[in-house]
Design a protein around this ligand. Structure first.
Ligand SMILES: Nc1ncnc2c1ncn2[C@@H]1O[C@H](COP(=O)(O)OP(=O)(O)O)[C@@H](O)[C@H]1O
Ligand SMILES: [Mg+2]
Length: 391
């Protein structure tokens, strides 16, 4: 199948720093793909190059069969048929909603009736028809965002690019808008590349997610595969609020640091430094899986409705666990994990507790593990993207 978008070996250096390092990305027609990565990982840079607002240093970009950028060729932005939606909606303040849409269509020189039909359709699809004569400043943030999306839709783009479009909206509205936006692009069959640093958002809306790490794609997979089989500790740390337990692979088993007994795992485990991916919801009382018992001391317990979320100190670092009964700070507990869910990954090469990209890999690193210290931790605390077998 012809891909809707193909980026081949895209490289870019800015200010003496290599921002993108030979990145490859292919998006299928009508697919919604998220670029998920920390701030500064190169998401916006890649989006701007796809749109034609910035030139790569090397590589090739194609829309369908049509190459739009190569070292020998550069199709200008306005001839790429790409729509862009940003967090600042970039609406003309002195024009009404309908005029903003009409202005966006001007470069296409459509017959008046065709332009009118497209504007009506786009306003209808975004539920903005009743507001067509309003000025942007008389609309709410969510409504302004709908106008920006309608303006894109009316132009019938081959590809729509979103750069953190919801980050200016409050949390409740953000969730409504993302549901609405995604049902809209799916109904219209539009191919989407969606940039976000919010893993919950990426999980909820994407067919596939490209997890970006410092100008490279660490893993490109469906949300479920990322959740069940993160390719490396970096991805595991980025997705789902998982904890990473330090230890080592030894004779096909995982031996947690700190003198625990070896654990059975889901498959092959290479000898050497390793981390065990612990998903909070996989944790069971000790008797459930005698082959994977781990002891730890409770540091904190928070009631979560159907379980208690514990922060537990083990020999292999701090872990977040879902626990069926109340435990008190200071309690020693023994828990177990279903062997089939024990995914072991080679520990990345470290220097000073950072991996080669400067990200902390020490599972005891509280920044990553203590819920509430930053956005990712907080979200991981509540968000559960994968399926869960009932205990
Ligand atoms: N014009 C520029 N000159 C120098 N550095 C830049 C420029 N634009 C972006 N960068 C740097 O490139 C890196 C990636 O930026 P960006 O693509 O905006 O990341 P993201 O969107 O993932 O947050 C950042 O370190 C940023 O500081
Ligand atoms: Mg950005």
């Amino acid at each position: 199948m012809t891909q809707a978008l193909t980026c081949r070996s895209i490289a870019k250096t800015l200010g003496g720093k290599q921002i993108l390092k030979g990145l490859d990305l292919a998006v299928k027609p009508a697919e919604v793909v998220s670029l998920l990565g920390a701030s500064g990982s190169g998401k916006t840079t890649l989006l701007r190059m796809i749109a034609g607002l910035m030139d790569p240093d090397a590589g090739e970009i194609a829309l369908g069969e049509r190459v739009v950028w190569s070292p020998a060729l550069n199709i200008p932005a306005e001839r790429r048929r790409i729509g862009m939606v940003f967090q600042d909606y970039a609406l003309w303040p002195h024009m009404s909603v309908a005029e903003n849409l009409a202005f966006g269509l001007r470069p296409q020189r459509l017959p008046a009736a065709e332009a009118r039909a497209r504007i009506d359709h786009a306003l209808g699809a975004t539920r903005m028809s009743p507001f067509r004569d309003r000025r942007p400043q008389d609309l709410s943030g969510g409504q302004q965002q709908r106008v920006a999306i309608a303006r894109c839709l009316a132009a019938r783009p081959a590809l729509m690019l979103f750069d953190e479009p919801l980050s200016n909206l409050d949390a409740a509205l953000r969730e409504d808008m993302r549901t609405e936006m995604m049902s809209l692009v799916r109904r219209e069959g539009i191919t989407v590349v969606y940039v976000t640093h919010d893993q919950g958002e990426a999980m909820a809306m994407s067919d596939r997610i490209a997890v970006m790490r410092a100008g490279e794609i660490a893993q490109f997979d469906t949300p479920q595969r990322l959740y069940d089989a993160p390719a490396d500790p970096f991805v595991a740390g980025f997705i789902g609020g998982f904890s990473l337990m330090a230890g080592e692979g030894c004779g096909g088993r995982f031996v947690p640091a700190g003198g625990e007994t070896a654990l059975l795992t889901d498959g092959s485990v290479a000898d050497g430094a390793a981390v065990l991916v612990v998903r909070p919801e996989d944790v069971r009382p000790a008797e459930a899986h005698p082959a994977t018992r781990i002891r730890g001391r409770v540091l904190n317990a928070a009631f979560h409705g159907r379980c208690w979320r514990l922060l537990v100190k083990t020999g292999g670092g701090l872990l977040r666990l879902d626990w069926p009964s109340h435990a008190l700070a200071g309690d020693l507990i023994t828990f177990s994990l279903p062997p089939a869910r024990c995914r072991v990954l080679p520990a990345p090469a470290t220097s000073n507790g950072k991996d080669t990209h400067g990200h902390p890999v020490d599972p005891a690193h509280t920044d990553r593990l203590v819920p509430g210290l930053h956005g990712r931790g907080r979200r991981g605390f509540h968000h559960r993207a994968g399926g869960r077998a009932d205990p």
